[in-house]
Write a protein that binds this ligand. Sequence first.
Ligand SMILES: NC(=O)c1ccc[n+]([C@@H]2O[C@H](COP(=O)([O-])OP(=O)(O)OC[C@H]3O[C@@H](n4cnc5c(N)ncnc54)[C@H](OP(=O)(O)O)[C@@H]3O)[C@@H](O)[C@H]2O)c1
Length: 227
Amino acid sequence: MTKLALITGSTRGIGFEVARQLAAREHAVIITGRRQDAAEKAARSIAGSTMAHALDTSDAASIRAIAEWIAKEVGQLDVLVNNAAILLDEGESILQTSVETFEATMRTNALGPLLMAQAVAPLLRRSQAARVVNVSSGAGQISSMSGYAPAYSISKATLNAITVMLASAMPFARVNCVDPGWVRTDMGGSHAPRSVQQGADSIVWLATLPDNGPTGGFFHDRKRVAW
Ligand SMILES: NC(=O)c1ccc[n+]([C@@H]2O[C@H](COP(=O)([O-])OP(=O)(O)OC[C@H]3O[C@@H](n4cnc5c(N)ncnc54)[C@H](OP(=O)(O)O)[C@@H]3O)[C@@H](O)[C@H]2O)c1
């Protein structure tokens, strides 16, 4: 049976590839980005069942609006992939992180995914196979954290903590987070060693886990990794 998946930040990069792969695996996918026209363009270029909707994960009203739209149009959601994120402070020191950078990064990368999960939890509850995948980063791994991009890294460590809390609060779903590795996208740059297909692989795996699959874990290349 066709499942419905919402992927945040799926106009390009890893999110677009996750949407493409899920659409090829009997999912109807909702393509989202900050601009409706970019979401529609991306949706048109994917074979399979696609819809497009504007969504800004830094904006609580935008999050509420898409949840209300899904509730009205479909009444159920099977997969939420919290993929959208920004990286503003590569090369910066935590001693110089500005209020603006820290707030914008935390709002988009950590609070946004939490608000998304809260907003669609009633829709996921109606699914027989609810899955939430939070796209994190190796930069958010506290056990190996360095000085890299402080606001971004802290936002991803926070996203990991949110994942554990959500897994506990949503026993009707499998909720996990994933490090896609360093991937060639606008964010990763052209020198990254991994393709978007490689970056998307574990995300799609977690989005399509069997009912006895893990929940509350942090994964890289389909293997559990340290927090
Ligand atoms: N690339 C890497 O090497 C790498 C490594 C580790 C982790 N990651 C993680 O993987 C995920 C995808 O990264 P990527 O490399 O594919 O990034 P990307 O190429 O920069 O694409 C980011 C996507 O997020 C959307 N976006 C940005 N801000 C948004 C907002 N406020 N609301 C909604 N959508 C927003 C963008 O769409 P619009 O501009 O159309 O809004 C775009 O579709 C992120 O969570 C990132 O942290 C990436």
